[in-house]
Design a protein around this ligand. Sequence first.
Ligand SMILES: Nc1ncnc2c1ncn2[C@@H]1O[C@H](COP(=O)(O)OP(=O)(O)O)[C@@H](O)[C@H]1O
Ligand SMILES: [Mg+2]
Length: 300
Amino acid sequence: MMASFADASPYSIDIIPKTEIEVLNQEIAEDEAMYRIRARKRVHYLTIPVHPDPVFDEFTLCRPYLLIPKLPPFPNADWTKIRVFQSPGGEIKSDISYEPLSQIQSSWHPRHIDVLSLKRISSHNARVKEVEFEGRTVFSKMAIFEWWIPQVERETRVYEIIAENQCPDKPPIAPAFLGHLTEQGRTIGFLIENIQGDYASLVNLPECEAALRRLHSMGLVHGDANRYNFVVERSTGHVKMIDFEHAEAYDEEKARLEIEELKAQLTEETGRGASVMVVNGVEKRSGAAPIPYTYHADEN
Ligand SMILES: Nc1ncnc2c1ncn2[C@@H]1O[C@H](COP(=O)(O)OP(=O)(O)O)[C@@H](O)[C@H]1O
Ligand SMILES: [Mg+2]
């Protein structure tokens, strides 16, 4: 369903004032710039072509305070996506879509928390943040754009399996799952307990291996068992694994390799842990390079 509001009279449609529009996340790729935008209490997804038919220069695209005033009107309605483009005559136009966005299907935990209700404390990257929840600091992870949904879905399911297989007489191998994160009722992420501690190193090899073997015994391999995904809890010394986006069903050979490579993973110092990313659904693994994302606004 598409509708064009570019020519609509501001008197016939309720329009959200620009002062109530805020960029929550942005990702500027070679061909397209993508934004997660809050307009009053709704979140919308904006795309603007960058190449071959640019609408704005890159300086503007990277700066929400310059971009927002140039955007076409945002109607006060339940639309999901907007595509801004330039007509052959040079006019800035927009297509608005009411198509529902994809969401995480797994909804195993009883709690559902609205993303916009959380106060951000700090950001690890565009998708992983420390937020305030019921008076304490916890971690949030979410699909800030639709193409992240499959990976966050996978991780959500892994937390379910870990919760189902928790042994009462052993410390948990992962942070406690606190609830699903929603955006207009759509599940897009989760909240987990904050493990206060340090990344594992070689001295923690036995505990890391034990945790990994317990995950294997639950029918899973971790898929990204690098040292930045093992946190040694300061208060207890227990090792907790995080980041199950690449987890897969147990496979003897994959499990064996994961254990075999653990020692080397715990020794490495390049910061590779934060280097797996997906751009438009394509997974990219780089060396020690930082995740290329741009962030400006006070995102949620
Ligand atoms: N529950 C948690 N407790 C403590 N630190 C966490 C937690 N979740 C994430 N982090 C921190 O955030 C970083 C990124 O989170 P992670 O889930 O590994 O995402 P990514 O897929 O970006 O690697 C971790 O390496 C760790 O430093
Ligand atoms: Mg990680």
